[in-house]
Every structure is written in C-alpha cells, then in structure tokens.
Design a protein. Structure first.
Length: 142
C-alpha cells in the first residue's frame, strides 16, 4: 500500500514538472518563433512537443533506450526508433501519453493573453495592489 502511494506521488510530481516546464518553454518559443500567429503557433507547439514527449516515453518503456544512447550506441538507438515507430504498441503508447500530457497541460495551464505586452502579469499585480482597500490606520495618515 505504501509503495503504491509513493509511486503515485512520484508520478504526480513528474507530471507536474512536465506540464510546468512545457508552459515555460511554450512562452519563450511562441513569443520568438510564432509571434505572427500566436494562437495557432501555441497549439502547434504544444501538440508537437506532446507527441515528441510521448514518443520518448514509448522509446524508453518499450525499447529501454536512454538519452545517453545518442552518444554511446547511436546505431542501436536508430534501430530502436524505427522499431518503436512502426509497432502498433509503440504508436498506441505514443498517442496515449501525448494525449495525457496535452490534456494535463490544457487543464492546468491558463491560455496566454496576446497583445498585452511583455510584463502583463507584473503590471496587473501592480494595478491590483494600488487599488487595494486601505486599512483604517492607513487612512488616518493622509
């Protein structure tokens, strides 16, 4: 019972980190690369990254490949990539994990606001703090 709880906590932590890092990278890439088409560019970027992440997950689970195999065993990694990409199990695992990541991203990360400048969040927090109600002690000073 304790083992299942620990595994669930690690899975939740890993999923949260994946969603948050995708949100940060999305902000940078959409601002620099897809500036002329932000909404469509954001969708294309998140969908593409979700598919690549899903394929990486499938490659690690099915072929037991790791990131260092790019340098230590590139021929074997190329063979594993072709094998996973052409197998029904690899395609299914890729699509399911990509759908899970994209769904978690869609529910957890608010959409960007376009056309409001770079420091929108900071400006909005400053505006909210300047219009906050004053306490009784503050009103006595003025």
């Amino acid at each position: 019972m304790v083992d299942a709880a620990i595994i669930a906590l690690f899975a939740a932590a890993g999923s949260s980190i994946a969603v948050l890092s995708l949100a940060q990278v999305r902000d940078v890439v959409v601002a620099r690369v897809f500036a002329s088409m932000p909404v469509r560019g954001e969708f294309v970027f998140v969908a593409g990254m979700s598919l690549l992440t899903g394929f990486g997950f499938a490659l690690g689970r099915l072929a037991r490949s790791n990131s260092w195999h790019v340098w230590t065993a590139p021929e074997a990694l190329a063979h594993d990539i072709v094998e996973v990409a052409t197998s029904a199990q690899g395609i299914t695992l890729t699509l399911v994990s990509a759908l899970l990541l994209a769904s978690a991203f869609a529910f957890a990360v608010p959409p960007r606001r376009y056309g409001q400048g770079r420091n929108t969040r900071r400006r909005m927090s400053m505006e909210c703090s300047s219009t906050a109600p004053r306490s009784v002690d503050d009103s006595a000073d003025t």
